[in-house]
Design a binder for this molecule. Structure first.
Ligand code: SAH
Length: 227
């Protein structure tokens, strides 16, 4: 899976890619990520990428031309499963969407900033608009990282144990059961005895039961929805 990320603030994206699971997935060429600095497509001597919005009002808007030139340049190299704009008014990112996106080959992610991007880019280039939740961020970079992380961990080989991602919350429409590790007693706080029993079937049943209880209690809506 290849990700192209278009941003006016490339430095914001580097940290999360340099550590742990994502870094290993990149080193092992399970995923590849290229960050494209919008300034390289900026206009004039100052490489301008944003301007005031028509009609007045506070907040800058990322201009149509630098974005269009960048997107066109990338499209000449690759064919994309989706050109995604991260935006609070997009379709909410859920596990089901992450699963679907993880089956693709190339994704382009466009990060807005300030007031957003010139709407003509959304009308003419973007094929999927994604929100990571009902709140507003200062820019699309963190949202892009959330999407890259959620999708990448579903790609076979990214996680050491391929089954691990399948037992996480939402994957089967339920929250995950509680997990524990050594020691089995700490300050008198005990790990549930069943987990120490070595009885695989009973442990499996217990985990399912706990997952169901937690889902009913914390997120009953998940049991009714199909996404
Ligand atoms: N004026 C816009 C918000 C702009 S926020 C509006 O009211 O809808 C600036 C940028 O941050 C956006 O262009 C988008 O790329 C990103 N962003 C903010 N909140 C986001 C969210 N919940 N999900 C995805 N991207 C978000």
């Amino acid at each position: 899976m290849h990700f192209d990320i278009v941003t006016g603030l490339p430095d914001l994206l580097r940290g999360p890619l340099d550590h742990s699971i994502l870094r290993r997935a990149i080193t092992e060429q399970i995923i590849s990520i290229e960050i494209h600095d919008l300034r390289n497509y900026g206009i004039g001597k100052n490489r301008q990428i944003d301007d005031y919005q028509y009609g007045g009002g506070a907040g800058m808007v990322l201009m149509v031309e630098p974005l269009d030139r960048c997107i066109e340049a990338l499209k000449r190299v690759r064919t994309y499963d989706h050109i995604i704009y991260l935006t609070p008014d997009g379709k909410r990112l859920k596990q089901k969407m992450a699963n679907q996106l993880s089956l693709g080959t190339n994704l382009m992610l466009i990060c807005g900033h300030y007031k957003g991007i010139d709407h003509r880019i959304r009308e003419n280039h973007v094929t999927l608009e994604v929100s990571i939740g009902d709140y507003v961020l200062t820019g699309g970079e963190l949202a892009a990282m959330v999407l890259v992380d959620a999708v990448s961990r579903l790609i076979p080989g990214t996680m050491n144990d391929g089954t691990s991602a399948l037992t996480d919350s939402f994957q089967d429409g339920m929250l995950a059961p509680p997990v524990y590790t050594r020691p089995s007693q700490y300050k008198g706080w005990k790990v549930p005895q069943i987990l120490l029993s070595g009885h695989d079937q009973k442990i499996e049943d217990w985990r399912r039961q706990k997952a169901l209880e937690r889902t009913r209690h914390i997120r009953p809506d998940l049991l009714e929805s199909d996404d």
